[in-house]
Write a protein that binds this ligand. Structure first.
Ligand SMILES: Cc1cc2nc3c(=O)[nH]c(=O)nc-3n(C[C@H](O)[C@H](O)[C@H](O)COP(=O)(O)OP(=O)(O)OC[C@H]3O[C@@H](n4cnc5c(N)ncnc54)[C@H](O)[C@@H]3O)c2cc1C
Ligand code: FES
Length: 340
């Protein structure tokens, strides 16, 4: 059965094919709705079903509460229509032509950035056009059909190289392959670009950026692109990590702040030993951000990194006046291991 979805704000309509989710169908037909993980873990695709009924699909227990379900809220990355729907979802304006593709690529560089982060550079086939927005991510497609998500850590550039920052997950299937057996010239396949984590250029709000660990990757791409495009809105980057070693490109972020008057940078460590002489900020990175900016009503916040950081910061930032529609995030959920 094919069902029709109408987006209530714009009146835009698209069909959802058998077995597709509402989000898949929207993306296939060129409508972009906020989303990130696509596995029902992060909550960024929440929207209200105004009329019609759905199969809610599978999602992590606490990500959609019973109260929200009673209010008609659903996760569009999991929702399958059971009849025609009217959905109250925000649509994201994308100024460039972005097509989600499956592409091969070759590993051209492996560079260990610290004890547990690998910089991986991927080269695309010369005859292939791959457009993306700084901040988006790709899914590496494993041979057995599973997929692993990684943010692109560089702004789009001539020659089409993609840079990833991969943190080794203890006992992680794919990230350990990268550290132990992957070699330059290896071939991979990926799908992308994915996600709606990119700089909103039609806004003049001051920008706060917050990264946890390798959450620095998409933020780096966003800052690089903003510098290239001469966007001079005030930007303050907070980068949280356990120890100084985990701030694997600290010098780069310090350099941005020295070179550009509108860019500020605050590194934050959560595990500081008295003997290592750290004189910077300490604690949880979102607490430090809030100590600098107790009122967020006028700001726009971009954050990426581990799910516990995203969850804690999400709630705290809204309490401090940040309008929900000005909070953009990628939560580094791990894969649900469903075949691609
Ligand atoms: C949108 C998005 C963007 C991402 N971008 C990046 C990025 O730029 N850099 C990056 O390093 N990671 C990123 N991640 C996280 C990354 O996808 C996972 O760390 C990766 O899939 C782990 O693969 P694996 O096969 O090594 O681990 P798996 O074999 O899948 O996992 C092994 C075990 O480790 C645990 N685990 C897996 N991943 C994590 C994790 N991230 N944190 C804590 N425990 C975990 C699981 O419980 C699992 O049982 C991103 C995730 C998403 C959703
Ligand atoms: S829960 Fe739907 S995109 Fe993350």
């Amino acid at each position: 059965m094919v069902f029709q979805v109408t987006l209530s704000k714009s009146g835009n309509q698209f069909n959802v094919e058998e077995s597709e989710t509402v989000l898949d169908a929207a993306l296939r037909t060129g409508y972009v709705i906020p989303y990130s993980c696509r596995i029902g873990s992060c909550g960024s695709c929440k929207a209200r079903i105004v009329s019609g009924s759905i199969d809610y699909g599978e999602y992590e227990g606490n990500i959609l509460t019973e109260v929200e379900r009673a209010q008609g809220i659903a996760l569009l990355c999991q929702a399958h229509p059971l009849e025609d729907l009217v959905v109250d979802a925000r649509e994201v304006a994308v100024s460039e032509e972005i097509e989600i593709k499956m592409l091969p690529c070759r590993v051209v560089r492996l560079e260990q950035l610290n004890h547990d982060v690998m910089g991986l550079s991927l080269k695309l086939p010369q005859n292939q056009q791959f457009n993306y927005l700084a901040g988006q991510y790709i899914d590496i497609l494993l041979r057995d059909g599973r997929r692993r998500s990684f943010s692109i850590a560089n702004a789009p550039k001539e020659g089409g190289e993609l840079e990833l920052h991969v943190r080794r997950v203890p006992d992680g299937f794919f990230t350990n392959q990268i550290f132990n057996t992957m070699k330059e010239r290896d071939l991979l396949r990926f799908q992308g670009p994915l996600g709606t984590f990119f700089l909103r250029q039609d806004s003049d709000r001051p920008i706060l950026l917050m990264a946890g660990g390798t959450g620095f990757a998409p933020i780096k791409a966003i800052v690089e692109q903003a510098i290239e495009k001469d966007i001079t809105r005030p930007m303050h980057l907070f980068w949280g990590a356990r120890t100084e070693h985990d701030l694997y490109l600290d010098e780069m972020a310090r350099y941005w702040a020295v070179q550009h008057e509108h860019i500020n940078y605050t590194p934050v460590l959560s595990e500081v030993e008295p003997e290592n002489g750290w004189s910077g900020e300490t604690g949880w990175v979102h607490d430090v951000l809030l100590a600098h900016y107790p009122s967020l009503e006028q700001h726009e916040v971009y954050m990426s990194g581990p799910p516990p950081m995203i969850d804690a910061a999400h709630a705290a930032f809204l309490e401090h006046g940040l309008p929900d529609e000005h909070l953009y995030y990628d939560s580094f959920e791990f894969s649900a291991d469903v075949p691609a």
